[in-house]
Write a protein that binds this ligand. Sequence first.
Ligand code: GTP
Length: 346
Amino acid sequence: MSRFVADAVERAQLPVAILGGFLGSGKTTLLNALLRHPAMAGTAVAINEFGEVPIDQHLVEADSGAGPDRTVTMANGCLCCDLSGDLEGAVMRIFARRESGALPRFDRMLVEPSGLADPAPIAQALLRNPVLSRVLRLDAILATVDAAFGAGQLARHPEARAQVALADRLLLTKTDLADPAPLRAALSRLNPLAPVADIRHGAAEPAALFPARFLGTPGAPPPVVEWLDAQPHGPAPAHDHAHAHSKGACALSLVSDAPPDWAVFDAWFRRVRIEGGERLLRAKGLIGVPGQPGPVVVQGVQHVLHPPVALPAWPAGDRRSRLVLITDGLPHAPLRAGWDALFHAA
Ligand SMILES: Nc1nc2c(ncn2[C@@H]2O[C@H](COP(=O)(O)OP(=O)(O)OP(=O)(O)O)[C@@H](O)[C@H]2O)c(=O)[nH]1
């Protein structure tokens, strides 16, 4: 099992969530409210802004009482275009301050990218940058969407569509200003599997937004397990049927009662990621391994895969091998045929 990351190793990493969303959609308002919530005590914040003068940082500090020490700002560029140093630098600064005792202990980290950031490269850096992936564990990608202006922003700005398409959970803000019904339909076309929460003036329960493991709940399953279990009808094969030929983001759910041979699955899944490229938005799954007591958690953002994690046991409930692919313009038939062929391999 050395080819998998052990569950215990993953637990030692600090959980991180990306709180994205288009310009002005209410990220800072929500962040301030969250930081005041007792369940979010011990949260460090890394904020990225366009421009030389970090404004949001001061807004966060002034409003939340989180104190300057737990917030670092990356104001000298866009996190998604110029990642090479700054996220790593910001994370290292905040860890160094903790090590030196200048900073109170923190248990989790929130990254707030600028409103124009595509979350994919940020998530990928968290998954594959050797420094970041050792100390951090990406647990959630959230996106705020403005109920008043979101429809127009989604129509005009590819960044807004990318934020929605990649999110694990969508947060509909400003529902006091506009009827969110038409926007909900657009959101479910772009990201059919993300639950949508309504947020007014930042008021939200952390437990309704974040996976239990991000909040430090003892014994909480990996967020992928929670996400798969929350799907309305489970990842049934029929789920994607209506979308199978559509353009735009849609979900393909692949399920098997029997576990695949790991090596065969691994080689196929690698090909899927390489051939899918940017048209594969997300992948999340629980894959059984013959002879092992628990499944392996796989998850990725585009072609970048988080190191697979072997669970010591199956979570309660569904023990089928499941893989959900959220795709944008990828034909589903060959993917399903490839999955089916895994179970007929010699
Ligand atoms: N009416 C109403 N106004 C809101 C709500 N949430 C946020 N706002 C207002 O919307 C404006 C933008 O909110 P911010 O929280 O600064 O948005 P942001 O996403 O951080 O903005 P950028 O940092 O520019 O990307 C502010 O004036 C907020 O007070 C809400 O639920 N209802």
